[in-house]
Design a protein around this ligand. Structure first.
Ligand code: NAD
Length: 312
């Protein structure tokens, strides 16, 4: 089938595009390359170099490609940037997303798959692991823009019959993650700095915990969502909280890192402990995470080792 992957030059979107192409689908990538990179783009994908805020450009490009499914990963994806400039975040994530949605309807697309967030929606969760019905109370404009776009998907379904599936991701890690980014990329940052033998600072006491999922598992979830999960919202997660100190220790062993971490101030607005229940994805999408943390970290360290060495 023809699939448009917005954000397909980025970390997660490029793995999703690769998985679709490997499964025999025809893929076009719509990306402005603001945080994505040419090196991530699958050579078999058609590239539409466009900003999602360009309404006319997006409408023309989607109409020309006529995708059956639109997989929407393009976003302003950094929490601190959304705090610094909430208007820009909303312009890309809400208004830009609406340009993609409208263009999808006009081009006759059957379905939109949307990459939302589980980590930035619930605030400090009441229970761990939190399920998808947990009250939504985002601490950042980024979380609010994501949940806002989820609501628009419901509207477009009711008004135009456009099918959708929302995938609320945990903290995703793996090859191609940008270790220069400001936040959320703890494994990419730790691994690359440890390999280079550089000092590291942990924000707070390191006992804060996150649900860490390997990007290859995310790609598989996006394959399953092509045919399943219509009208549904799903955590794509492990359900297991891992502390930053645990990640530090595991990565230090894998990289033979001998330095002790520095501990900085706790970041304001950060959730302390979170994990996301994935039972609904198991039941409806027939999806389960397959890559254990140790295996995923080993693979990711290998990737960053090559990156760091080739940069020397
Ligand atoms: N990384 C995570 O842990 C995580 C967790 C939850 C949700 N998500 C969501 O998954 C998606 C992908 O995130 P990622 O981590 O791969 O980030 P990323 O920055 O690597 O990917 C985003 C892609 O979108 C493109 N893009 C940004 N603004 C654009 C615009 N205005 N027009 C067109 N393209 C634009 C970028 O160039 C990039 O290729 C995002 O929607 C993000 O919110 C990520």
């Amino acid at each position: 089938m023809k699939i448009l992957v917005t954000g397909g030059a980025g970390f997660i979107g490029s793995h999703v595009a690769d998985a679709y192409i490997a499964a025999g689908h025809e893929v076009a990538i719509l990306d402005d390359f603001s945080t994505g990179s040419e090196a991530n783009v699958n050579s078999e994908a058609k590239v539409l170099r466009l900003d999602v805020r360009n309404k006319e450009g997006v409408a023309a490009a989607v109409a020309a490609f006529r995708p059956e499914v639109v997989n929407h990963h393009a976003a302003q994806s950094e929490v601190p940037k959304s705090v610094a400039d909430p208007g820009f975040d909303a312009m890309v994530n809400v208004v830009g997303g609406l340009n993609v949605l409208k263009a999808s309807v006009e081009a006759g697309a059957r379905k939109v798959i949307f990459s939302s967030t589980g980590g930035a929606l619930y605030g400090e969760p009441d229970v761990i692991p939190a399920d998808e019905d947990h009250p939504v109370r985002p601490l950042s404009p980024y979380g609010t823009s994501k949940v806002c776009f989820e609501a628009y998907l419901g509207t477009f379904h009711r008004t135009y019959g456009l099918e959708y599936t929302v995938l609320r991701y945990a903290n995703i890690y793996g090859p191609r993650q940008d270790f220069h980014a400001e936040e959320g990329r703890v494994i990419a940052i730790f691994a690359s700095r440890m390999i280079a033998g550089q000092p590291l600072t942990i924000d707070g006491d390191g006992e804060q915990a996150r649900d860490m999922l390997h990007v290859a598992d995310v790609a598989v979830a996006n394959i399953h969502a092509l045919y399943r999960g219509g009208g549904g919202t799903y955590h794509i997660s492990t359900g297991i909280p891992v502390t930053i100190n645990e990640l530090f220790r595991k990565l230090a062993i894998l990289t033979d890192y001998r330095l002790e971490p520095n501990f900085g101030p706790r970041r304001r607005g950060d959730v302390f402990r979170i994990a996301l229940d994935n039972a609904r994805a198991h039941n409806d999408l027939d999806w389960d995470p397959k890559i254990e943390l140790e295996e995923g970290l080993t693979q990711t360290v290998e990737y960053f080792r090559k990156q760091v060495l080739s940069a020397r």
